[in-house]
Design a protein around this ligand. Structure first.
Ligand SMILES: Cc1cc2nc3c(=O)[nH]c(=O)nc-3n(C[C@H](O)[C@H](O)[C@H](O)COP(=O)(O)OP(=O)(O)OC[C@H]3O[C@@H](n4cnc5c(N)ncnc54)[C@H](O)[C@@H]3O)c2cc1C
Length: 153
């Protein structure tokens, strides 16, 4: 796992459920409380602080982490919390408001701040899961249908 600080501790205890024998790369001096480090070590999570120079892959499959000191570490997968970004500029162009984390701001009915524009799914929430996206899309669909009926009737 590639992380440091509070994020490293939170991610490590989450991912330790899925993947045992994990190594944490902090890419520089670790920035965690002593108690947190002790908890990670008690779960046999190895911590490597050496700064990273490069990630090596073959056809997109990770092979190694290369460190600034010339050493390397072979691996098959790397967990990391990459920053969230919208993949479409349409909501911004339409004037939709965004949360601090960059998600489209919606109310419980999936309405945005722009009349007639609804949003649902990953673009509105950090809770990324198919079931959540389907539920949000169902709500948005029902509310759009309702608005159209009210407008027409
Ligand atoms: C590697 C990975 C593993 C995952 N595993 C799970 C899992 O096990 N269980 C689970 O519940 N969830 C999982 N998820 C999360 C789940 O895939 C998402 O929460 C879900 O797909 C969100 O649905 P969505 O419709 O909001 O967005 P998306 O599925 O991302 O759909 C958005 C669509 O909009 C299209 N689009 C973007 N811009 C434009 C544009 N300008 N014009 C037209 N189309 C556009 C995109 O091409 C895409 O098809 C996983 C996600 C990833 C990346």
């Amino acid at each position: 796992m590639l992380a440091n600080g509070e994020t490293a501790f939170e991610m490590a205890r989450l991912i330790d459920h899925w993947s045992s024998g994990m190594t944490l790369f902090t890419n520089g001096p670790m920035n965690m409380e002593k108690a947190q480090v002790e908890k990670l070590q008690a779960k046999n999570i190895r911590i490597i602080e050496t700064p990273i120079r490069a990630l090596e892959h073959q056809a997109g499959y990770l092979q190694k982490v290369h460190f600034e000191d010339g050493s390397h570490h072979a691996l098959k997968a790397l967990f990391a919390r990459v920053p969230f970004a919208q993949s479409s500029a349409i909501p911004k162009d339409l004037g939709c408001a965004f949360t601090e984390m960059g998600h489209i701001q919606v109310n419980d009915f999936k309405k945005t701040n722009v009349p007639g524009i609804f949003a649902a799914g990953d673009n509105t929430t950090p809770m990324r899961a198919v079931a959540a996206a389907v539920a949000a899309g169902t709500m948005a669909g029902a509310m759009i249908n309702h608005e159209l009926i009210v407008e027409d009737f």
